[in-house]
Design a protein around this ligand. Sequence first.
Ligand code: FAD
Ligand code: MLT
Ligand code: ZN
Length: 468
Amino acid sequence: MQTELTNIVGENNFILNPGSQDKRLIDHRGYFHGKASSIVFPQTTEQLSQLVMYCYENDLSLVPQGGNTGYGGGATPDQTGNQILVCLEKMNSIIEVDKVNFTMTVEAGVILATIQQAAEQSNMFFPLSLGAEGSCQIGGNISTNAGGLSVLKYGNTRDLVLGLEVVLPDGRVLNDLNKLRKNNTGYNLTQLFAGAEGSLGIITKAVLKTFPLPTQRCCLMLAFANIEQLYQFYSLSRQQSADCINSFEYISSASLSLVNHGPVDASFPLNNDYSHYALVEFSCSSNLFELEPVVEKILELAFEQQIIIDGVMAQSESQRKSMWRFREAIPETERLLGGSIKHDISLPISKISEFLNAIEIRLKQVTENFYTSVYGHIGDGNLHFNLLHSKESNATKFKQQFEQKLSTIIYELTKELGGSFSAEHGIGQLKLRQLQQYKDPMALMTMNAIKTAIDPKNTMNPGKLINN
Ligand code: FAD
Ligand code: MLT
Ligand code: ZN
């Protein structure tokens, strides 16, 4: 193997028999610990193509890895020690920024924050934004179809991708690297690889959409008496701002209190007596009208109609950052407290209130020993409905004892209300069982048929997303 890898990628671009403590063999949350026969760092599509071809011919399976920040264990190899982990970090060039076409062409290993900065340097905007943006890679974002903080205005990652280059499971290279916004020439193959979690091939390059750079931003922290009012504000502000909202994030009083009493230093700008809060950000790229007076007028209307009970607008960039800091502190606090039982669900917006009203009673029939932390991208109908152990019990024991029972209750109600058990974090190896349980059988059959057609030997990230 050493000779083959040296011939394909050169002697400095692989690690043979990596130690089990190598951080690339453990997922971000420490749930999955894998083994690998080698970790390979290809530098070009040609090298990767040769590597994959070699694996295909020798029945060796591969696991693609980006920034290793995913929540499903999709980038962690299995326990056999036979798999090859392919890390894209050396394929990290920005190939082209096209200001006329509003596109960027990048290699898959570019870190998301680097793409955001490169767009900004050309007076453009790449809107994908999430807590892990300093370490996740665009190839990983596309493969998980990441959501994040600005889906409301710009869509999920798949909506930001025009074309891809992909090394297929037999090593051949699919070139669909087009910059076209219109291209009705058959199946949209690029979209097949978005959200495929590395199960159909390894993404090597992408053409991304960019947008005009926002020049004005208004950020609000608001308090609501109930979820119905929160959605009244959502409608009012979408309507009256000409849909200038990029983020509409929910913070429950439980998550607020968790951060306020937790180890992360983050300050909240409002009184903490209310039940529901939203961080709402408006933005626009035009200098021909002023956003702030529009947002002020919306606030005035909302106070008049008694839709909001308290609210504040960030008066400076540092206040805006501090509001976002608070929002980002929620998952960080949960992690520092030993982790939570995470649920990343989505619901039709009209059903969220019903879900929140019913769920705790059902959960408490199993145990009273938990706290909730509920937050998320409520403007997208996406809640992070997380459960933490109460002080008397220990986090690991709590998960072992109750995870399956409590999660099933949450997913069953989600299904009853027409929602999804995985809104933005994907499946990986973590939610294979739920996929079998909740996905339509014909959809599963079609997914399996696609996998078998493209990866007949099942050497591309086996056991992830599709459990063949
Ligand atoms: P990895 O974890 O390395 O890989 C993820 C999957 O993609 C794996 O199945 C892997 O095999 C595959 N893959 C990676 N690169 C390639 C490639 N080039 N070709 C083919 N397959 C590939 N997610 C959200 O959606 N929204 C959020 O708001 C959000 N916030 C987060 C906040 C924090 C603090 C953290 C730690 C994570 C968050 N995530 C969020 C989850 C995670 O950041 C995203 O899933 C991200 O898109 C993963 O990118 P990655 O490069 O780390 O991928
Ligand atoms: C977020 O929205 O902060 C993430 O998707 C959830 C998390 O990191 O747990
Ligand atoms: Zn999220």
